[in-house]
Design a protein around this ligand. Structure first.
Ligand SMILES: [Zn+2]
Length: 349
Protein backbone atom coordinates (compact mmCIF):
# COMPACT_ATOMS: atom_id res chain seq x y z
CA UNK A 1 0.00 0.00 0.00
CA UNK A 2 1.71 3.28 -1.08
CA UNK A 3 1.80 6.14 1.42
CA UNK A 4 -0.50 9.03 0.63
CA UNK A 5 0.81 12.22 -1.01
CA UNK A 6 0.86 15.50 0.90
CA UNK A 7 -2.20 17.73 1.02
CA UNK A 8 -1.71 21.46 0.51
CA UNK A 9 -3.83 22.53 3.47
CA UNK A 10 -3.34 26.27 2.95
CA UNK A 11 -4.61 25.88 -0.62
CA UNK A 12 -7.52 23.87 0.73
CA UNK A 13 -8.49 26.59 3.22
CA UNK A 14 -8.10 29.52 0.81
CA UNK A 15 -10.04 27.79 -1.96
CA UNK A 16 -12.77 26.85 0.52
CA UNK A 17 -13.14 30.44 1.75
CA UNK A 18 -13.32 31.73 -1.84
CA UNK A 19 -15.87 29.10 -2.85
CA UNK A 20 -17.99 29.78 0.22
CA UNK A 21 -17.99 33.45 -0.75
CA UNK A 22 -19.29 32.60 -4.25
CA UNK A 23 -23.11 32.48 -3.99
CA UNK A 24 -24.68 29.41 -5.64
CA UNK A 25 -28.26 28.66 -4.61
CA UNK A 26 -29.78 25.71 -6.46
CA UNK A 27 -30.99 26.98 -9.84
CA UNK A 28 -28.35 29.70 -9.92
CA UNK A 29 -25.23 27.74 -9.01
CA UNK A 30 -23.35 28.60 -12.20
CA UNK A 31 -20.93 31.12 -10.58
CA UNK A 32 -19.64 28.38 -8.25
CA UNK A 33 -19.57 25.73 -10.99
CA UNK A 34 -17.55 28.12 -13.17
CA UNK A 35 -15.24 28.92 -10.26
CA UNK A 36 -14.43 25.22 -9.72
CA UNK A 37 -14.07 24.74 -13.48
CA UNK A 38 -11.55 27.59 -13.65
CA UNK A 39 -9.54 26.01 -10.84
CA UNK A 40 -9.51 22.57 -12.51
CA UNK A 41 -8.45 23.97 -15.90
CA UNK A 42 -4.88 24.18 -14.67
CA UNK A 43 -4.60 20.38 -14.43
CA UNK A 44 -3.81 19.01 -17.90
CA UNK A 45 -4.59 15.44 -16.75
CA UNK A 46 -8.28 16.36 -16.59
CA UNK A 47 -10.74 16.46 -19.45
CA UNK A 48 -13.53 18.85 -18.49
CA UNK A 49 -17.08 18.82 -19.77
CA UNK A 50 -20.54 20.04 -18.77
CA UNK A 51 -23.80 18.17 -18.60
CA UNK A 52 -26.78 19.83 -20.28
CA UNK A 53 -28.11 20.53 -16.79
CA UNK A 54 -24.96 22.51 -16.04
CA UNK A 55 -23.00 20.14 -13.82
CA UNK A 56 -19.23 19.96 -14.25
CA UNK A 57 -17.56 16.63 -15.02
CA UNK A 58 -13.79 16.13 -14.97
CA UNK A 59 -12.37 12.87 -16.33
CA UNK A 60 -8.96 11.60 -15.28
CA UNK A 61 -7.59 8.62 -17.16
CA UNK A 62 -6.47 5.95 -14.68
CA UNK A 63 -3.72 3.38 -14.76
CA UNK A 64 -6.51 0.92 -15.38
CA UNK A 65 -9.81 1.33 -17.14
CA UNK A 66 -11.60 -1.93 -16.36
CA UNK A 67 -13.78 -0.54 -13.53
CA UNK A 68 -14.16 3.24 -13.93
CA UNK A 69 -15.33 5.22 -10.94
CA UNK A 70 -17.06 8.47 -10.18
CA UNK A 71 -16.96 10.86 -7.25
CA UNK A 72 -19.70 13.41 -6.74
CA UNK A 73 -20.12 16.50 -4.54
CA UNK A 74 -22.52 19.38 -4.94
CA UNK A 75 -21.76 23.08 -5.35
CA UNK A 76 -25.36 24.24 -5.10
CA UNK A 77 -26.61 25.47 -1.75
CA UNK A 78 -29.77 26.46 0.04
CA UNK A 79 -31.19 29.88 -0.70
CA UNK A 80 -34.45 31.59 -1.55
CA UNK A 81 -36.44 33.40 -4.21
CA UNK A 82 -38.75 36.38 -4.21
CA UNK A 83 -42.24 34.91 -3.83
CA UNK A 84 -44.13 38.16 -3.59
CA UNK A 85 -43.49 41.89 -3.60
CA UNK A 86 -45.53 43.07 -0.65
CA UNK A 87 -47.61 46.24 -0.49
CA UNK A 88 -45.12 47.63 2.08
CA UNK A 89 -42.31 47.29 -0.48
CA UNK A 90 -40.71 44.37 1.33
CA UNK A 91 -40.30 40.84 -0.05
CA UNK A 92 -41.88 37.58 0.91
CA UNK A 93 -39.59 34.64 0.13
CA UNK A 94 -39.97 31.09 -1.09
CA UNK A 95 -37.24 28.81 0.22
CA UNK A 96 -34.90 26.82 -2.03
CA UNK A 97 -34.08 23.54 -0.29
CA UNK A 98 -34.38 23.06 3.45
CA UNK A 99 -33.01 26.33 4.77
CA UNK A 100 -34.09 26.95 8.36
CA UNK A 101 -35.99 30.20 8.79
CA UNK A 102 -34.79 30.84 12.33
CA UNK A 103 -31.24 30.06 11.14
CA UNK A 104 -31.27 33.00 8.71
CA UNK A 105 -33.40 35.39 10.73
CA UNK A 106 -31.69 38.84 10.70
CA UNK A 107 -29.11 37.61 8.18
CA UNK A 108 -27.86 39.99 5.51
CA UNK A 109 -28.80 39.05 1.96
CA UNK A 110 -28.59 40.16 -1.64
CA UNK A 111 -31.52 40.19 -3.99
CA UNK A 112 -30.17 39.38 -7.45
CA UNK A 113 -32.62 41.59 -9.30
CA UNK A 114 -33.36 40.20 -12.75
CA UNK A 115 -34.27 43.64 -14.14
CA UNK A 116 -31.85 45.71 -12.12
CA UNK A 117 -28.79 45.55 -9.90
CA UNK A 118 -28.11 43.57 -6.78
CA UNK A 119 -30.10 45.06 -3.89
CA UNK A 120 -28.93 44.66 -0.32
CA UNK A 121 -31.27 43.74 2.50
CA UNK A 122 -31.83 41.60 5.57
CA UNK A 123 -34.26 38.82 6.35
CA UNK A 124 -36.52 39.77 9.25
CA UNK A 125 -39.52 38.65 11.24
CA UNK A 126 -42.43 40.91 10.16
CA UNK A 127 -43.03 42.09 13.73
CA UNK A 128 -39.42 42.45 14.79
CA UNK A 129 -39.50 45.48 17.06
CA UNK A 130 -39.49 44.44 20.64
CA UNK A 131 -40.80 47.88 21.68
CA UNK A 132 -43.82 47.60 19.41
CA UNK A 133 -44.71 43.92 19.52
CA UNK A 134 -43.48 42.89 22.98
CA UNK A 135 -43.53 39.18 23.81
CA UNK A 136 -44.86 38.24 20.33
CA UNK A 137 -41.37 38.84 18.89
CA UNK A 138 -40.04 35.92 20.91
CA UNK A 139 -43.03 33.66 20.99
CA UNK A 140 -44.30 33.58 17.41
CA UNK A 141 -43.35 30.57 15.29
CA UNK A 142 -41.47 31.67 12.17
CA UNK A 143 -42.92 30.87 8.76
CA UNK A 144 -42.48 32.08 5.20
CA UNK A 145 -45.70 34.04 5.73
CA UNK A 146 -44.49 36.10 8.68
CA UNK A 147 -40.94 36.87 7.52
CA UNK A 148 -39.76 39.34 4.90
CA UNK A 149 -36.71 40.93 3.31
CA UNK A 150 -36.25 44.52 4.48
CA UNK A 151 -34.49 46.19 1.57
CA UNK A 152 -31.75 48.76 2.11
CA UNK A 153 -33.48 51.04 -0.36
CA UNK A 154 -36.11 53.77 -0.01
CA UNK A 155 -39.26 51.87 -0.75
CA UNK A 156 -42.57 51.61 1.04
CA UNK A 157 -44.66 50.24 -1.80
CA UNK A 158 -44.64 47.40 -4.31
CA UNK A 159 -44.29 49.88 -7.17
CA UNK A 160 -41.18 51.51 -5.66
CA UNK A 161 -39.63 48.06 -5.20
CA UNK A 162 -40.40 47.16 -8.83
CA UNK A 163 -38.58 50.33 -9.89
CA UNK A 164 -35.45 48.80 -8.29
CA UNK A 165 -35.73 46.05 -10.89
CA UNK A 166 -36.91 43.37 -8.48
CA UNK A 167 -39.39 40.80 -9.80
CA UNK A 168 -41.04 37.64 -8.47
CA UNK A 169 -38.66 34.72 -9.03
CA UNK A 170 -35.47 36.70 -8.44
CA UNK A 171 -32.86 34.80 -6.43
CA UNK A 172 -32.03 35.84 -2.88
CA UNK A 173 -28.68 34.77 -1.43
CA UNK A 174 -27.84 34.86 2.26
CA UNK A 175 -24.44 35.98 3.55
CA UNK A 176 -22.30 32.91 4.21
CA UNK A 177 -20.44 34.65 7.07
CA UNK A 178 -17.20 32.75 6.61
CA UNK A 179 -14.70 32.72 9.45
CA UNK A 180 -11.60 30.60 9.99
CA UNK A 181 -10.41 30.49 13.60
CA UNK A 182 -8.08 28.00 15.31
CA UNK A 183 -8.62 25.47 12.53
CA UNK A 184 -12.40 25.78 12.69
CA UNK A 185 -14.22 26.87 9.56
CA UNK A 186 -17.55 28.48 10.34
CA UNK A 187 -19.87 29.34 7.48
CA UNK A 188 -23.21 28.70 5.88
CA UNK A 189 -23.13 26.18 3.07
CA UNK A 190 -20.15 24.08 4.12
CA UNK A 191 -22.70 21.58 2.81
CA UNK A 192 -21.37 20.72 0.34
CA UNK A 193 -18.67 23.18 -0.64
CA UNK A 194 -16.36 21.65 1.97
CA UNK A 195 -16.49 18.35 0.07
CA UNK A 196 -16.10 19.98 -3.34
CA UNK A 197 -12.90 21.50 -1.98
CA UNK A 198 -11.73 18.15 -0.54
CA UNK A 199 -12.07 16.61 -4.02
CA UNK A 200 -10.19 19.48 -5.66
CA UNK A 201 -7.49 19.28 -2.95
CA UNK A 202 -7.14 15.54 -3.63
CA UNK A 203 -6.77 16.19 -7.37
CA UNK A 204 -4.10 18.83 -6.64
CA UNK A 205 -2.32 16.49 -4.27
CA UNK A 206 -2.11 13.71 -6.88
CA UNK A 207 -1.03 16.18 -9.55
CA UNK A 208 1.68 17.73 -7.37
CA UNK A 209 3.04 14.27 -6.53
CA UNK A 210 3.00 13.17 -10.18
CA UNK A 211 0.48 10.42 -9.41
CA UNK A 212 -2.55 9.15 -11.28
CA UNK A 213 -5.76 7.44 -10.10
CA UNK A 214 -5.70 3.65 -10.16
CA UNK A 215 -8.92 3.55 -12.19
CA UNK A 216 -10.24 6.07 -14.68
CA UNK A 217 -12.25 8.48 -12.53
CA UNK A 218 -14.99 11.00 -13.22
CA UNK A 219 -15.32 13.91 -10.79
CA UNK A 220 -18.91 15.10 -10.95
CA UNK A 221 -19.75 18.51 -9.47
CA UNK A 222 -23.49 18.57 -9.09
CA UNK A 223 -25.68 21.69 -9.25
CA UNK A 224 -29.15 20.44 -8.17
CA UNK A 225 -28.51 18.32 -5.07
CA UNK A 226 -30.41 20.42 -2.55
CA UNK A 227 -33.65 19.80 -4.41
CA UNK A 228 -33.02 16.08 -4.81
CA UNK A 229 -31.98 15.39 -8.39
CA UNK A 230 -28.37 16.62 -8.70
CA UNK A 231 -26.52 13.47 -9.72
CA UNK A 232 -29.58 11.71 -11.14
CA UNK A 233 -27.98 12.56 -14.49
CA UNK A 234 -24.40 13.08 -15.59
CA UNK A 235 -22.67 9.98 -14.20
CA UNK A 236 -21.32 8.12 -17.27
CA UNK A 237 -22.85 4.67 -17.79
CA UNK A 238 -19.44 2.95 -17.87
CA UNK A 239 -18.94 3.82 -14.18
CA UNK A 240 -18.90 0.81 -11.80
CA UNK A 241 -19.11 2.65 -8.51
CA UNK A 242 -19.96 6.10 -7.20
CA UNK A 243 -18.41 7.66 -4.12
CA UNK A 244 -20.66 10.44 -2.86
CA UNK A 245 -18.80 13.06 -0.85
CA UNK A 246 -21.11 15.02 1.39
CA UNK A 247 -21.11 16.33 4.95
CA UNK A 248 -21.72 14.16 7.99
CA UNK A 249 -24.54 15.11 10.36
CA UNK A 250 -23.51 15.99 13.93
CA UNK A 251 -25.81 16.19 16.91
CA UNK A 252 -27.15 14.35 19.91
CA UNK A 253 -27.06 10.62 19.34
CA UNK A 254 -24.67 10.93 16.38
CA UNK A 255 -21.17 9.45 16.23
CA UNK A 256 -19.84 12.08 13.81
CA UNK A 257 -17.80 15.08 14.94
CA UNK A 258 -15.83 17.98 13.47
CA UNK A 259 -12.46 16.23 13.72
CA UNK A 260 -13.24 13.04 11.80
CA UNK A 261 -14.51 12.02 8.42
CA UNK A 262 -17.60 9.83 8.55
CA UNK A 263 -18.75 6.85 6.58
CA UNK A 264 -22.53 6.96 6.28
CA UNK A 265 -23.87 3.41 6.53
CA UNK A 266 -27.54 4.38 6.20
CA UNK A 267 -29.67 7.49 5.84
CA UNK A 268 -33.30 8.26 4.96
CA UNK A 269 -32.84 6.43 1.66
CA UNK A 270 -31.67 3.21 3.35
CA UNK A 271 -28.30 1.46 3.49
CA UNK A 272 -25.41 2.24 1.16
CA UNK A 273 -23.45 -0.47 -0.66
CA UNK A 274 -22.08 -2.83 1.97
CA UNK A 275 -19.02 -4.14 0.14
CA UNK A 276 -17.93 -0.70 -1.04
CA UNK A 277 -18.42 0.75 2.44
CA UNK A 278 -16.34 -2.06 3.92
CA UNK A 279 -13.59 -1.41 1.40
CA UNK A 280 -13.55 2.27 2.44
CA UNK A 281 -13.32 1.28 6.12
CA UNK A 282 -10.39 -1.00 5.35
CA UNK A 283 -8.63 1.79 3.44
CA UNK A 284 -9.09 4.19 6.35
CA UNK A 285 -7.72 1.59 8.76
CA UNK A 286 -4.64 0.89 6.64
CA UNK A 287 -3.83 4.59 6.24
CA UNK A 288 -4.65 5.61 9.81
CA UNK A 289 -7.39 8.02 8.70
CA UNK A 290 -9.56 9.15 11.65
CA UNK A 291 -13.14 8.20 10.82
CA UNK A 292 -16.50 7.36 12.34
CA UNK A 293 -19.36 5.30 11.05
CA UNK A 294 -22.80 6.79 11.36
CA UNK A 295 -26.47 6.81 10.41
CA UNK A 296 -28.07 10.12 9.37
CA UNK A 297 -31.75 10.29 10.35
CA UNK A 298 -33.00 13.09 8.04
CA UNK A 299 -30.70 12.97 5.07
CA UNK A 300 -30.55 12.11 1.39
CA UNK A 301 -27.63 12.24 -1.02
CA UNK A 302 -26.79 12.59 -4.68
CA UNK A 303 -25.65 8.96 -4.65
CA UNK A 304 -29.19 7.92 -3.85
CA UNK A 305 -30.50 10.34 -6.49
CA UNK A 306 -28.45 8.37 -9.04
CA UNK A 307 -29.69 5.06 -7.64
CA UNK A 308 -33.29 6.24 -7.84
CA UNK A 309 -32.71 7.39 -11.41
CA UNK A 310 -31.68 3.84 -12.30
CA UNK A 311 -27.92 4.03 -11.82
CA UNK A 312 -26.56 0.46 -11.66
CA UNK A 313 -23.50 1.12 -9.52
CA UNK A 314 -22.23 0.56 -6.01
CA UNK A 315 -22.72 3.75 -3.98
CA UNK A 316 -21.03 4.82 -0.75
CA UNK A 317 -20.95 8.11 1.15
CA UNK A 318 -18.15 9.78 3.11
CA UNK A 319 -17.60 13.33 4.29
CA UNK A 320 -16.41 15.63 7.07
CA UNK A 321 -18.47 16.17 10.20
CA UNK A 322 -20.41 19.44 9.96
CA UNK A 323 -22.06 20.88 13.05
CA UNK A 324 -25.49 22.58 12.84
CA UNK A 325 -26.15 21.44 9.26
CA UNK A 326 -28.39 23.60 7.06
CA UNK A 327 -28.00 26.19 9.80
CA UNK A 328 -24.89 28.23 10.68
CA UNK A 329 -22.51 25.36 10.00
CA UNK A 330 -19.02 24.62 11.30
CA UNK A 331 -16.31 22.06 10.73
CA UNK A 332 -12.60 21.75 11.45
CA UNK A 333 -9.65 21.37 9.10
CA UNK A 334 -8.91 17.99 10.73
CA UNK A 335 -12.16 16.63 9.30
CA UNK A 336 -11.37 18.15 5.91
CA UNK A 337 -7.88 16.65 5.90
CA UNK A 338 -9.23 13.25 6.96
CA UNK A 339 -11.78 13.34 4.14
CA UNK A 340 -9.18 14.39 1.56
CA UNK A 341 -6.81 11.64 2.70
CA UNK A 342 -9.63 9.13 2.42
CA UNK A 343 -10.32 10.29 -1.15
CA UNK A 344 -6.62 9.93 -1.96
CA UNK A 345 -6.52 6.42 -0.50
CA UNK A 346 -9.57 5.50 -2.57
CA UNK A 347 -8.26 7.03 -5.79
CA UNK A 348 -4.92 5.23 -5.43
CA UNK A 349 -6.47 1.87 -4.48
ZN1 LIG B 1 -25.17 18.16 0.95
Amino acid sequence: MPSLPNIDTSFLTIFLVDLLNTPSPTGNAEPAVAFVEQMLKQYPELTLSRTRKGALVARWEGQKNDAPRALTAHVDTLGAMVKEIKSNGRLKLSRIGGILLNGVETEGCWVLASRGKKVRGSFMFNDSSSHVHGAAVNETKRSEDNMEVRLDARTTSADETRVLGIRVGDFVVFDPRVEVTEGFVRSRFLDDKACVVCIVAAIKSLHDAGLQPQQTTYFHFSNYEEVGHGASAGIPSEVHELLTVDMAAIGEGQESDEFHASLCIKDSGGPYHHEMSNRLRALADVHGIPFKTDIYPYYASDGEAFWKAGGDVAVALIGPGVDASHNYERTHTEALTATTNWLLAYLLS
